[in-house]
Structure formats: C-alpha cells, structure tokens
Design a protein around this ligand. Structure first.
Ligand code: FA5
Ligand code: MG
Length: 411
C-alpha cells in the first residue's frame, strides 16, 4: 500500500512506514470511551479518586480522552527531551505511518500540547501503540493515563517546607538525582506530593480487606528527574503499574514563556490501564479487552466506577485448549532478523488467535555460517474451540508470510 488511512486522514507511505493494517484497524475502537468497558471503568474510577479525594488540586484535574492517536516525532519524542538517537524512536519499536507521523507510544506525547492550551492539571487517557513481545500482559495496543500537576514554586516552599522521613526511604538523591536547577526542598516537596497521592490512589482503586503492598523503585525517563516506578504485589508477584517523576524544568519553562524560569514546577505519571484492570477484575489475558463477545462485555455492565461494592471478578467463559506449532527457518545471510518484525507478521496473519510467541532455539551452522532460528507459537481462541485443521491452515499462512515478508528459508 502507498497510503495508510487513519481516522479518515491519509498518510502517504515512505521508507519508514511499518504500521500494519491489523494495528491501524485498532485506532477505530476507542475502548477507553466505550461505556462499561473495563478499560473505561478503571479510568473513571481513577478520575473519581482525583475529583473526590484530592481537594487541594486547583484547578481540578481536567479529564481529556479524545486526543487523536497520530502524533509527530516532535510531540512524541522531541517535546519530552528524548534524544535523536534514543532506541524508542526506532521503527523496530515504534509504528510509523511515515517519517513525519507515528502512532503515539505514550500519553506523555500530549504534555506540552495540553500545557500550551493553558491546562495545568490533567488526566489524559488514550490508546498507545508499541511494537512489543507477544504474551498475556503485552499487546501492541494498550491504554495509558497520564497525570500531570503544576505548582507555583513559591507556594510549595511555604506549604510543605520539605519532605517526611517516609519519603526519605523512597528518594535516594545519590542514585536518583534532582535537576541542578531545582532547590532540593522544591524537588522533595514535588516528589513527596506525587508519591503520597499515588499511593492513596492505588489504595482507593484496590480498596479491599487486605492491606495493599506497594514499593517504589528509582526509574529513568528523559522528561523527569528524579523518577520512580510504582509496583504493587498481585498474586505473589510485583507488577509494574506506572512510571513517574518531577517534570524536567525546560518542559515547564517552555510552557510558561512569559514567566521567569523555575516559577512553575510539576510532576507527572503514566500508568497502564489494562494492567490495572487485569488486577482489579482478575482478567487473565490482555487480548480479552479487544473481545466483542457479550460474554466478556456483559460481565461489567453493572459496575459503577464510583461504587467499590459494585466491582466484579471476571469469570472465564471456559478454558479453551491451546494449539502449539513450531516454525524453524534460516535467516537470510548477512541480515539480522528483528524479533518485533516476526511478531507483527504472526499477528498480521493470526490476529488475536495468537497467545504467545517464544524463541526456543537459535544456532549458527558451523560450516555455512547461516543462522537458524526456531519459534514456538501458541494459538488459542478467547471465545471458542479451534480445530487442529483450522490452526494448521493458519500456520501455513504464517509460514508463507515469513518467507514473503522476511525472506527467510523455511527448514
Ligand atoms: C512511559 O510510557 C512513560 N511515558 C511514563 C511516564 C509518564 C513517566 C510521565 C514519567 C512521567 P513505560 O514505558 O514504563 O513509561 O510505560 C508505562 C506503563 O504502560 C507501564 O507501567 C505498563 O503498565 C504500560 N505498558 C507499557 N507497555 C505496554 C504493553 N505493550 N502492553 C500493555 N501495557 C503496557
Ligand atoms: Mg516502565
């Protein structure tokens, strides 16, 4: 194809184009604006927390859920101080419509745009796209919520005047440094507000008889410093819920060109809504969010995001059996096979029938120097039984597509 159409707008293809029709079709779905969809419910419950439990945010957090998914590299990367050679920009990680337009990889893409519109405090909810692995918690399309809060630096010193001892355990400036332009009291006050509010948010979201176990780890983002990720304990495992930090001052200053540098400071976080919904409702596989089966959607129709007593635990319709197929091939000599390219070929043919793809073998032939790779593909439908004949036909098409699109030689 020479043109890709996304939400009615045409993008001419060039050498950067790698967004597949399977992925582009997802831009029409808007799960986060679908009434009673679990992704929308989680977003509404978090918005309810910010509007009812955090009275000191002025003006109140504005909820923005209609930013179109196509972004420029300037918005998605440059505005966030992401370096020109950062690996996240590469077409092996990001879906490009062409060199000038991509499918946003995170909601942080809208920080500068919303600040420029004069919105200082916001929750921005949107579908995000990344070339990624294939398993139960990764999907090439997922939803994030960006939270952003601005402060007058002059108010902060007066209000909090420093951090608490509990916050000392979260922030170790020797390994997670503040920005040089920030006074340590400013950085600590902003970080302390961020950390305490996000802990309260998680407790509110997972309100239950058990106390929620949480831990903060230092993180790194080009657009925040210091930076942290928050993990919660779920079924005995630590699960990464969000990334966050004190916003890089050049981003704040660019948004307030008439104010002296440093007068407005802020924090931001970005959380994965599917991961939270999987925990909140016990949804075992991320593909289920894309199901249009009423046996999935109807389970959430009576959930009221403002009422924890109405939350439900998902009941799987049935455990349909998996069907496993291996494919082995020689990689064309002198080339490198990018795993994400293979994953997109498999998704393009098999769609949501593919549950998991793992490499199970890789070697270089001692005489010819050719590289052999073998992948195990697990097929399983979320809503029906599949026959071995049906999966054999899918697997034949996957094999043909690997030859056609990646020029491999099947073994
Ligand atoms: C970011 O995307 C940063 N923009 C977050 C941020 C915002 C940091 C503001 C600082 C300030 P990260 O790549 O860690 O960070 O993604 C954030 C969350 O998105 C993850 O914790 C996870 O919950 C979710 N996520 C990321 N990739 C996928 C995927 N392929 N499938 C499902 N969820 C995903
Ligand atoms: Mg992360």
């Amino acid at each position: 194809t020479t043109v890709t159409t996304v939400l009615g707008i045409q993008y001419p293809a060039d050498s950067w184009t790698n967004a597949t029709p399977h992925i582009v079709a997802k831009t029409e779905r808007a799960l986060h604006r679908t009434p009673h969809h679990p992704v929308a419910i989680v977003a509404q419950r978090i918005a309810h927390f910010w509007s009812t439990q955090v009275p000191d945010v002025h003006p109140p957090m504005r909820v923005v859920n209609d930013m179109p998914p196509v972004a420029t590299p300037a918005a998605n990367f440059d505005s966030l101080l992401i370096a020109p050679d950062h690996p996240g920009r590469s077409p092996s990680d990001t879906y490009y419509l062409n060199q000038h337009s991509l499918l946003r990889t995170h909601t942080s893409a809208h920080q500068a745009q919303l600040l420029a519109r004069g919105v200082p405090n916001f929750l921005c909810i949107a579908d995000c796209y990344r070339r990624d692995e294939i398993d139960a918690s990764h999907y090439p399309v997922f939803h994030q919520m960006e939270g952003f809060r601005s402060f007058e630096a002059s108010d902060l010193k007066v209000l909090t005047g420093g951090a608490s001892s509990a916050f000392d355990k979260v922030w170790d400036p020797s390994v997670n440094p503040k920005q040089t332009v920030h006074d340590v009291a400013i950085s600590a006050a902003v970080g302390h507000d961020l950390v305490t509010k996000l802990e309260a948010m998680c407790r509110f979201l997972f309100e239950s008889s058990q106390p929620l176990e949480m831990r903060w780890n230092k993180d790194y983002f080009p657009f925040t410093a210091p930076s942290w990720e928050l993990e919660v304990k779920y079924q005995g495992q630590w699960l990464e819920v969000l990334g966050s930090g004190v916003v890089q001052q050049p981003i704040m200053d660019a948004a307030h060109p008439t104010r002296p540098a440093g007068s407005v400071v802020g924090w931001a976080f970005g959380l994965g809504l599917e991961r939270l919904a999987m925990v909140l409702f016990g949804i075992p596989d991320i593909r289920l969010f894309w199901s249009t089966d009423p046996r999935f959607l109807d389970q959430f129709k009576d959930v009221d995001p403002t009422d924890p007593a109405s939350l439900v635990t998902f009941k799987p319709f049935s455990a349909y059996p998996p069907c496993t197929k291996d494919v082995a091939f020689w990689v064309p000599k002198g080339t490198v096979l990018v795993d994400n390219n293979l994953f997109d070929v498999v998704r393009g043919v098999a769609g949501d029938l593919v549950e998991n793809v793992q490499q199970i073998d890789r070697f270089v032939h001692p005489k010819t120097g050719r590289e052999s790779r073998c992948f195990r593909i697990v097929y399983r439908s979320m809503d029906r039984n599949v026959t071995n004949d049906e999966i054999n036909a899918v697997q034949d098409r996957v094999r043909a597509a690997l030859v056609n699109e990646l020029q491999v030689e099947l073994r």
